[in-house]
Write a protein that binds this ligand. Structure first.
Ligand code: SF4
Ligand code: SF4
Length: 102
């Protein structure tokens, strides 16, 4: 059977930052990165980035010091769970004062 005219169709989607919408004030836990433990921040080499890879809302930057956009972060904790050196801690929102911390 000739195959040259066959095409494989697949579905593909890419989440964009904040595709799930702004978080608002309901987040209970906030991820905080300890850059003294974070691999790229420590070594100055672009490696790891599991937090960027696994964040379901694509709100972590792929930078030497990964930044989390708290405007959209849902506080799910996946980044903290997947971070190999456990550089991310989920901290109760009540520990931060006011909206200026976002
Ligand atoms: S997963 Fe952890 S160690 Fe890796 S880039 Fe993110 S914060 Fe840094
Ligand atoms: S807590 Fe969840 S939404 Fe927030 S940065 Fe981590 S993985 Fe992304």
């Amino acid at each position: 059977m000739p195959t040259e005219n066959l095409r494989v169709l697949t579905s593909a989607s890419y989440a964009g930052p904040g595709d799930a919408g702004r978080t608002g004030s309901w987040r209970v836990l906030r991820p905080v990165i300890d850059y003294t433990k974070c691999a790229p921040a420590k070594t100055g080499k672009p490696a790891c980035f599991f937090c960027w890879l696994y964040c379901p809302d694509s709100v972590v930057s792929k930078t030497l010091q990964p930044q989390i956009n708290l405007e959209y972060c849902k506080g799910c904790g996946i980044c903290a769970e997947e971070c190999p050196p456990k550089a991310i801690t989920m901290v109760e929102e009540s520990k931060f004062s006011g909206a200026d911390d976002r």
